[in-house]
Write a protein that binds this ligand. Structure first.
Ligand SMILES: Nc1ncnc2c1ncn2[C@@H]1O[C@H](COP(=O)(O)OP(=O)(O)O)[C@@H](O)[C@H]1O
Ligand SMILES: [Mg+2]
Length: 235
């Protein structure tokens, strides 16, 4: 077991070391990740591309501490994520990681502003100006005039931008996006990716999972995953 951070370069913010993850279902074992090692630098915009079932979501969930590897190590920002307990992990994630999902996962009874305020309430952050901050973040994603709309009153692209604003609520340095355009038309999806690129320009480290090659090209680096392996890396 590693007890000391293996980071030799301060610029590396995410490191996976020979990570494996398998799922057993009905006596069958499915190998989602078969030994993946990966370094992601601070301020990178990385796209992870691969067909359905190749292990992309598993990889992202391990980085976000939503899931743990069976073997291997996950380090994020000098923290040994794969060795952390649940409570510490939840706190850490609230501060350091913003996550965007394919199906937005907004709370339907809360308006856009309230959805963005929620992570601040959960982390007890920005106590004196949550509403003002949520408004500013909504403006940042181009939705300043939609603050009081319910998710059902917004288009898919708008809902995804609210979800991105929610992911930014606690100003995390790292944003993870799992097929964020999978439920959007091509043009709306491209705009969402451009928003991610802008956030990257502003200093966020972004890890984007997608099966759309075209969208991946916006990222600064693309890696390909197939059958639980990284098969190609391009810089
Ligand atoms: N919770 C789970 N239970 C059982 N099998 C799973 C689970 N999550 C993922 N898998 C399996 O692991 C493999 C990789 O899944 P996933 O990481 O979701 O791939 P992708 O996101 O690239 O579509 C697939 O074969 C999938 O069926
Ligand atoms: Mg997936």
């Amino acid at each position: 077991m590693l007890t000391q951070s293996p980071f030799t370069q301060v610029t590396s913010v995410i490191r996976l070391e020979n990570v494996t993850r398998a799922y057993t279902m009905g006596g069958r074992t499915l190998y989602a990740l078969r030994g993946v090692s990966l370094d992601i630098g601070a301020g990178e915009f990385l796209a992870i591309v691969g067909p359905s079932g190749s292990g992309k979501s598993t990889l992202l969930n391990l980085i976000g501490g939503i899931d743990k590897p069976d073997t291997g190590h996950v380090w994020v920002d000098q923290i040994h994520v794969s060795a952390m307990g649940e409570n510490a992990l939840a706190k850490w994630r609230g501060d350091k990681i913003g996550i965007v999902f394919q199906f937005f996962q907004l709370l339907p009874t809360l308006n856009a502003l309230e959805n963005v305020m929620l992570p601040m309430e959960l982390r007890n952050s920005f106590a004196n100006n949550r509403r003002a901050r949520a408004r500013a973040v909504l403006e940042r994603v181009g939705l300043g005039d939609r603050a009081t709309q319910l998710p059902s009153e917004l288009s898919g692209g708008e809902q995804q931008r609210v979800a991105i604003a929610r992911a930014l609520a606690n100003d995390p340095p790292i944003l993870l996006a799992d097929e964020p355009t999978g439920n959007l038309d091509t043009e709306t999806g491209q705009r969402v990716i451009e928003l991610l690129a802008e956030l990257n320009q502003a200093g966020k480290t972004i890890v984007l999972v997608t099966h759309e090659e075209q969208l991946a090209r916006t990222a600064k680096r693309v890696i390909r995953v197939r059958d639980g392996h990284i098969v190609e890396q391009t810089r």
